[in-house]
Ligand binder design. Structure first.
Ligand code: PMP
Length: 440
């Protein structure tokens, strides 16, 4: 008997008891290798002594001070350090409690910025199909996941959706990567022209697409072209790094690898690494100053913004990522895991693509490798694999299949940055066994 509102996909979940390094344990003593960090959250694993100590120390000092009255050392220090490592131009940090809140704040900040500078006609968001930006109404409207949106559609603002950058499925057999990129850019330009550039507020995208597509990086120059279009039309570029940020792809901010700096970036998951619920939105000085010198304040807020314990935890996470150089190891660890997966699955008839960046990897499941024909969505093969892997003591994150009928299913992997080679092998072996357990 439980009074906790259960997730529909998990009827009788085991009770999590404790965590140790890359493993979670249930109350029966069963160990689970956390191959996906939950949903790309637990980048340090589950028992990091430094983060725990920082949380205890902060709690002993100050648990909470409302930001309507105070700021706090942990929030100020964390903001300074995030800005020091952020893409050029980002200058202010707004702390929230999670990813959806970060996206919601970004959308409202963008809108208020344009009101402050006298362009009230800018109200339209352009985002991408098969995308996920969170479950609150603004973030849900922004995401292009038809299934998630469907029953709430009367409550959602109108958003334009263009194609995601998903070369495995959408680049034509005869099309060069440059031509494919041109086609995506032309679609965006057409959508802007259709509504009039002066009405567009922001373009929102994940640099490396996580939950909806399964660790899909963009093709070369895609984001540089997007940046150029946004700048030319005065459209704000909002990059959602809630899942792919905080070192997951090998650099603290994923967009660094695409050579672009957004006007606003959102982060969460890896920021608190699961030790505290915390997210953030970073914006440029231009945006901040327009508001500071205009109406004077951002008309937004939540009770727990800048929470001292949450920001102290995130500061300690950053110590581990930057000072202890865990981010520096992500690319090499990702390469190791990717080659183990490639070795094991290279001849598997139902794995069409193994892709990603750093320790953010995805396997796309297909009926036929040659034609890339997706699995029958009714099979929910990703969910079956998740279940079979879980039975064997491996956590991996399923996705896709039901979204717009435009893609296959995938398995997303996002293990902790402390992953050893032996654990990478264990992950690969258990995943392979899970495939055979479901008949693949
Ligand atoms: N943006 C992206 C890219 C995400 O992956 C997620 C969560 N999966 C969110 C936003 C929403 O974050 P949260 O669940 O913390 O609200």
């Amino acid at each position: 008997m439980t009074h906790v509102f259960a997730r529909s996909s998990v009827a009788h979940p085991p009770v999590a008891s404790h965590g140790e390094g890359a493993y979670l344990y249930d109350t029966n003593g069963k160990a689970y290798l956390d191959g996906s960090g939950g949903a790309a959250v637990s980048c340090l694993g589950h028992s990091d002594a430094h983060v725990r100590a920082a949380i205890h120390a902060q709690l002993d000092k100050l648990a909470f001070a409302h930001t309507g009255f105070f700021t706090s050392d942990p929030a100020e220090n964390l903001a300074d350090r995030l800005i020091a490592h952020a893409p050029e131009g980002l200058d202010r940090v707004y702390f929230v409690s999670g990813g959806s809140e970060a996206v919601e704040a970004a959308l409202k900040l963008a809108r208020q910025y344009y009101l402050e500078i006298g362009q009230p006609q800018r109200a339209r968001i352009i985002a991408r199909r098969q995308s996920y930006h969170g479950n609150t109404l603004g973030a849900l409207a922004t995401g292009g996941n038809a299934w998630r949106r469907a029953q709430f559609s009367p409550l959602l603002m109108e958003v334009s959706h263009v194609a995601p950058c998903y070369a495995y499925r959408d680049q034509g057999a005869e099309e060069t990567t440059a031509d494919y990129c041109d086609r995506l850019i032309a679609e965006l330009e057409a959508e802007i022209a259709k509504h009039g550039a002066e009405t567009i507020l922001a373009f929102v995208a994940e640099p490396v697409v996580g939950a909806t597509l399964g660790a899909v990086p963009p093709v070369a120059n895609y984001f540089k072209r997007i940046r150029e279009i946004c700048t030319r039309h005065g459209i704000l570029l909002i990059l959602d790094e809630v899942m792919c940020g905080m070192g997951r792809t090998g650099t603290l901010f994923a967009c660094t690898q695409d050579g672009v700096a957004p006007d606003i970036v959102t982060i969460a998951k890896g920021l608190g690494a699961g030790y505290q619920p915390v997210g953030a939105m970073l914006c440029t000085k231009t945006i901040h100053d327009a508001i500071a010198n205009g109406s004077g304040f951002f008309q937004h807020g939540h009770t727990y913004i800048g929470h001292p314990v949450a920001t102290a935890a995130a500061g300690a996470v950053l110590d581990r990522l930057i000072n202890d150089k865990l981010v520096d190891g992500v690319t090499a660890k990702g390469d190791t895991l990717r080659s183990l997966l490639t070795e094991k699955f290279k001849d598997h008839p139902n794995v069409g693509d193994i892709r990603g960046r750093g320790l953010f990897l995805g396997l796309e499941l297909v009926r036929d490798r040659k034609t890339k024909a997706p699995m029958d969505p009714a099979l929910k093969i990703d969910a079956q694999i998740k279940k079979a892997a879980f039975a064997q003591g491996l956590i991996c994150y399923p996705g896709g299949g039901t979204i717009d009928g435009k893609q296959g299913n995938h398995i997303l992997l996002a293990p902790p940055f402390i992953l050893t080679d032996d654990q990478a092998q264990e992950l690969t072996d258990k995943l392979f066994r899970a495939f055979s357990d479901v008949g693949l």
